[in-house]
Design a protein around this ligand. Structure first.
Ligand SMILES: [Zn+2]
Length: 203
C-alpha cells in the first residue's frame, strides 16, 4: 500500500501537497518539529522485504537531490563520525517524553549518489557535540545509498535511537534500538497501527 502511494507521489508531488509536512512545523503540542519537507512515505515498522522492519521515517521531498532542507527536530548536540558521508546524529540529554533518559535523533541520506555530502559545512566529518536549537539547518535531502549505481529515491531517513547507557548510541539499524516516533510528532507513524492513513496533521 505505501509502495503504491509513494509511486503516486513521485509521479506528481505537486498534485499531492496535502500529503506533506513542512520543516520546522509541529502537530499540536508535539515535542519535535518536522525535520524536513515532504511526504512521509515509509513509517516505523514498515517491511521492505521478509524479516526486515524499518527503524525510522522516510520523508520524500519530491525535489532533486541537494534541494530540500533538513533541520534539527529537537535541540541537542550534533556529532558526525569521521567516515559518515550522509549522516548526522544529535544527542538529546533529556528525552522530552521520558525525562531522565538520554536519546538520539539520526538523520541520513544527506549526500548524492557518489557520496558528495549535502551536510552543512558547519558539521564536517569528525564533528563532535556541537549544540544546535530545534529548527537549525543541517543540510539537504539526498539519494546516497552506498552504491552509486543504485541510488535511493531522494529522501531523509530519520530515526530516534536509544542510548547504550555509556554515553553513546545503539546500532540504529536494529529496530529494537529505536523508538516509535508517533508521540514525538503527534502523528500515526507506527506501521502496526497505521495501515493506510497518510501521516499528516489533522485539525
Ligand atoms: Zn529509511
Amino acid at each position: 500500500m505505501r509502495f503504491n502511494r509513494l509511486r503516486t507521489w513521485f509521479s506528481n508531488p505537486a498534485a499531492h501537497a496535502d500529503w506533506t509536512i513542512r520543516a520546522g512545523e509541529t502537530c499540536a503540542n508535539a515535542p519535535f518539529v518536522f525535520p524536513t519537507d515532504g511526504y512521509i512515505g515509509f513509517i516505523w515498522g514498515d517491511s521492505f522485504r521478509p524479516g526486515h522492519r524499518h527503524q525510522g521515517l522516510d520523508i520524500f521531498g519530491g525535489e532533486a537531490a541537494g534541494v530540500t532542507p533538513v533541520v534539527a527536530a529537537y535541540s541537542g548536540y550534533v556529532s558526525r563520525l569521521p567516515d559518515w558521508k550522509s549522516s548526522l546524529i544529535i544527542r538529546l540529554p533529556e528525552d522530552p517524553l521520558q525525562p531522565g533518559r538520554q536519546i538520539w535523533t539520526y538523520y541520513t541520506h544527506m549526500a548524492d549518489a557518489d557520496g558528495g555530502s549535502y551536510i552543512s559545512p558547519e558539521y564536517p566529518p569528525g564533528t563532535s557535540e556541537v549544540y544546535v536549537e530545534a529548527g537549525t539547518p543541517l543540510g539537504y535531502q539526498g539519494n546516497y545509498s552506498g552504491d552509486p549505481d543504485n541510488p535511493t529515491g531522494v529522501h531523509l531517513h530519520f530515526s530516534i535511537v536509544l542510548d547504550d547507557g555509556q554515553g553513546s548510541f545503539r546500532n540504529e539499524l536494529e529496530m529494537r534500538n529505536t523508538l516509535d516516533p508517533s508521540p514525538y510528532f503527534n502523528l500515526p507513524l507506527n506501521a502496526e497501527l497505521n495501515q493506510g492513513e497518510v501521516p499528516v496533521c489533522r485539525e
